[in-house]
Design a protein around this ligand. Structure first.
Ligand SMILES: [Zn+2]
Length: 388
């Protein structure tokens, strides 16, 4: 395994002779120090502006698309599509500029280097992926593949990509392959060859209020009904099929001496196949109350289809593994439970995910990138952009 020089001790920057790493860290710092929670469109825009500036400095053509996505076109992708042949289609790279972290997080979790790790909000998921992508694009030195490279930098991945989904799907339809610069799997640093589909359901319950002491029989408890329903919902999980179901939020009632008329719970669902998604959707819509005086209102559904581990993705992974071996390291692939924008494209075009910065702690306080492994993953992405 080839590695860059190890980083220097806690608190200081790594060996200044490791120029590629320093340049990655400079770009990462610029992005992480602009906090960009999904809910603040202007803050997300500020990150997109910086990245668009990097692209323009490389003579890419850049465009603002409906829904707040930035499109950055390198090489032939800057020209209108010239023909139907597969090799003339661009490689599409997906990245997102938003993070799960609210404003003020940076004061609690400042960007910092400790040993061979760099910590900071949004570093691993996925500002490191953006910094690594630009290092790879610059390393191509203007020699873009036939068809060019199209980068979409979206604003809303962490909140379900409602705004950006149409432009992602349209770009995927004209691409020959999709590379997603979400981080690789923690610890194994494996690429992501499949992701579960993600569903979110809300079950609202309306019963009848009554005095809990004097006339409880006149009431119909929304909370008791919710208890029955949520056990039925949890029972829809099927470990063998890869389906998980979790009621992650519940509320209801008011004063303790009143039979509660209102309750609500929310359900997180992950499925490995579309068939399982349809089974859960049908079951959720078919829920019926035990107590007929309570009405149920089920909303929501699958907001990301499963990214099924298929032969086209495995062929792409085969190329990646060979390129990694040439670079001197082993690469594996895994199917993961979390969704990404790759879930939208995998059904349309060969998609490989996890090509961002290696590390751990997505959405957690210990979020970090592994500096000892990062340059290898940037070299791998560079080789993929050159070879596929
Ligand atoms: Zn992400």
């Amino acid at each position: 395994m080839t590695h860059s020089r190890p980083a220097s001790p806690s608190g200081s920057l790594p060996d200044p002779q490791s120029e590629p790493l320093l340049s990655l860290l400079r770009d990462l710092k610029q992005l992480v120090e602009l906090e960009s929670p999904s809910s603040d469109a202007l803050a997300v825009c500020a990150v997109q502006d910086v990245v668009e500036g990097w692209a323009r400095a490389m003579h890419a053509s850049t465009h603002s698309l409906p829904g707040g996505t930035r499109q950055l076109l390198f090489g032939a992708a800057a020209e209108p599509s010239t023909g139907p042949s597969a090799s003339e289609r661009p490689i599409l790279v997906l990245a997102h500029a938003d993070t799960v972290w609210p404003h003020g997080t940076l004061a609690e979790m400042p960007l910092r280097v400790e040993n061979d790790r760099v910590y900071g909000p949004g570093s691993y998921d996925m500002k490191g992926g953006i910094a690594g992508l630009f290092a790879a694009l610059r390393a191509l030195d203007g020699q873009y593949p036939a068809g060019g490279i199209e980068v979409l930098l979206t604003p809303d991945e962490e909140i379900g990509s409602t705004q950006s989904r149409p432009v992602i799907e349209a770009a995927a339809r004209r691409a020959r392959a999709v590379l997603v610069v979400e981080p690789p799997v923690a610890d194994s640093h494996a690429l992501k060859s499949g992701r579960k589909g993600v569903g979110h359901f809300v079950v609202g319950l309306s019963g009848v209020a009554a005095h809990a002491g004097n006339k409880p029989h006149e009431g119909a408890s929304a909370i008791t009904e919710a208890a029955h329903q949520l056990l039925a919902v949890q029972a829809l999980a099927d470990a063998a099929a890869g389906t998980t179901v979790s009621v992650g939020f519940i509320s209801g009632g008011g004063a303790v001496n009143v039979i509660p008329a209102q309750a609500r719970f929310e359900v997180d669902v992950r499925v490995a196949s579309l068939a399982e998604g349809e089974r859960i959707d049908t079951a959720m819509q078919s829920l019926r109350p035990h107590d007929r005086r309570v009405s149920l209102n089920v909303t929501g559904g699958l907001n990301r289809p499963p990214f099924e581990r298929g032969p086209e993705t495995l062929a792409l992974f085969g190329q990646a593994r060979k390129l990694a071996a040439d670079l001197g390291f082993d690469l594996s692939e895994e199917v993961v439970g979390g969704g990404s924008d790759g879930n939208f494209t995998a059904a349309l075009v060969p998609t490989l995910d996890g090509l961002g910065a290696p590390g751990d702690g997505a959405h957690a306080a210990h979020e970090h990138i592994r500096l000892d492994r990062w340059p290898d993953h940037v070299r791998l992405l560079t080789a993929l952009l050159r070879e596929i």
